[in-house]
Write a protein of this length. Structure first.
Length: 249
């Protein structure tokens, strides 16, 4: 049975429903890199700031940049300004501040087209040896959500894609590879309505919406979710995410 869909607000839905799905990824990276007091973190495409909030709770000083006004405003609600923290609306070049200590960790947990250009803009702001972390989907066969992403591609008239090749991005950016990992990040939702709203908030369905209309996309996402609806109405989608660590020369 297709759920009754309700109006959604992408930024708020991302912050309240979807962003928490990647907490295991954030934790794995921060543990591996010993993020803590004294770490200067720059989050590219920081969204509503959960990853930065987690770094700040470890004692790190964080700066986040994102072009989405609504998401930056939500991040500012979560992370108090001052005390070494800053949330900036704009592109990666907006993260530069000569008065601040160079970054020793740059994260791009939510990769997007043009990531190479973003890294080229921010690596001069990082100290030599600083870690750069890129993240993206794991193998499609290990990601239940890949079946829903194929719906987005079909509606948009494009080929299914799972982000840029992280190793290739590292090489083109002139960074030095320094390890990688995979993390289980299951997507769990209270019901189908929440699942549709959460998935729509990721941006992966924006092209499909432009090619058709929101109600059509919502309907087809809901249908693609049927295999993952459990007896109690919750939705559970096992996924694996991967991350690549590189170093600034």
């Amino acid at each position: 049975m297709t759920p009754t869909l309700v109006p959604y607000h992408p930024a708020r839905d991302w912050a309240e429903i979807q962003e928490r799905m990647l907490v295991p990824l954030y934790e794995a990276v921060y543990d591996r890199l010993d993020v803590g007091p004294g770490t200067r973190v720059l989050g590219l495409g920081c969204g509503s700031g959960l990853a930065l909030l987690m770094a700040a709770s470890r004692g790190a000083r964080v700066t986040g940049v994102d072009r989405d006004h609504a998401r930056v405003e939500l991040a500012r609600e979560r992370i108090p300004q001052g005390a070494g923290h800053a949330l900036v609306e704009g592109g990666p070049e907006a993260a530069g501040d000569p008065s601040r200590t160079p970054y020793d960790l740059v994260t791009a947990f939510h990769t997007s087209t043009g990531l190479g250009r973003a890294l080229a803009a921010v690596t001069p702001m990082a100290q030599p040896g600083a870690a750069v972390v890129l993240a993206g989907w794991g193998p499609p066969e290990r990601c239940a959500t890949s079946s829903v992403l194929r719906v987005a591609a079909r509606l948009a008239g494009s080929r299914p894609g799972f982000g840029e090749d992280l190793e290739d991005v590292v090489a083109r950016a002139g960074l030095k590879p320094d390890g990688s990992g995979r993390v289980s990040c299951p997507f769990g939702y209270a019901d189908q309505d929440s699942a549709v709203r959460g998935l729509m908030s990721t941006g992966d369905f924006d092209a499909a919406v432009r090619a058709t209309d929101p109600s059509q996309v919502e309907k087809e996402i809901a249908e693609a979710l049927h295999p993952y609806v459990r007896g109690d109405g919750t939705v559970w989608m096992p996924n694996v995410f991967r991350y690549q660590i590189a170093r600034v020369p």
